[in-house]
Write a protein that binds this ligand. Sequence first.
Ligand code: SAM
Length: 216
Amino acid sequence: MTKFVGALHEFHDAAFVKSWADRFVPSLPRLALFDLILAQISRPSMPNPHVLELGLGPGYMARHILERNDLITYEGLDFSEVFFEVAKTTIGPFLPRISLTLADLMEQSWPARISNLPGAIISTWALHDLGTPQAVADVYARCYETLPKGGVLINGDFIKPDGTDWDYEAGRFEVQQHLTFLRQAGFSAPMHLGRYEPNTETPTAAQNYACLVAVR
Ligand SMILES: C[S@@+](CC[C@H](N)C(=O)[O-])C[C@H]1O[C@@H](n2cnc3c(N)ncnc32)[C@H](O)[C@@H]1O
C-alpha cells in the first residue's frame, strides 16, 4: 500500500472544477465546521461584519454563512476564475452581498487587492494547496497585518495527524506547527477548536482536518 496522503488539483480547468465541486458537496462533518466558523464570526466582539474568505472555491461555506447571518458582507478571494463561475451559481440569491477578488495567495501583495477591511478572515480546505508550510506561514503573517485589532483568523484545513506513520503532502502538517506559525505571525494566543474526520489508520485525502483560530 502507498502510505501517502495528498491530492493533485487542476484549479483552472473547467471540467476538473465542475467534477470536484459535485464530488465535495459538504458532508455533515464539513457542515459542522461551517457552523463553528459561523459562530466565531457572529460574535458581537468582531470589529466589523465584513468577512474575507481565502480560497472561495465553489462557494459552499460562503452560501452557508450568508444565508444564516443577515448582517455579514463577504469577499471571496481565489486565483481561479473557473471556480468563481461555480461559486456564483452556489451563492445565487446572496450574490449582492459578496464581492469576488481575483488574487494569488502565493504573491505577498495579495492584501492590496482586497476591497474592504475584514473583521474576520476565514478559509477552509484551501491553504494546504499552497504546497509548503512556509507558504501557509506567509499567509498567516499577511492576515495579521491585514486584520484590525480584535479581528479573527479562522483556518479549517487538512493537517497531518500526530503520530502517523503515513507521509503527507507538504501543505498538510501538524496542528502544533500551525500554532507556532500563528504565534510567529504575531497572534498572541492561537488555538485549535477541533479535529474533524480523524483517521490515522487508513486516511484518505478528504479526512483529517482541524480548525485553527487566532484573534489579532
Ligand atoms: C477546496 S476549495 C475551497 C472550498 C471552499 N472553502 C468552500 O467551502 O466551498 C480551495 C480553493 O482554493 C483556491 N486556491 C488554491 N491555491 C490558491 C492560491 N495560490 N491563491 C488563491 N486561491 C487558491 C482554489 O482555486 C480553490 O478554489
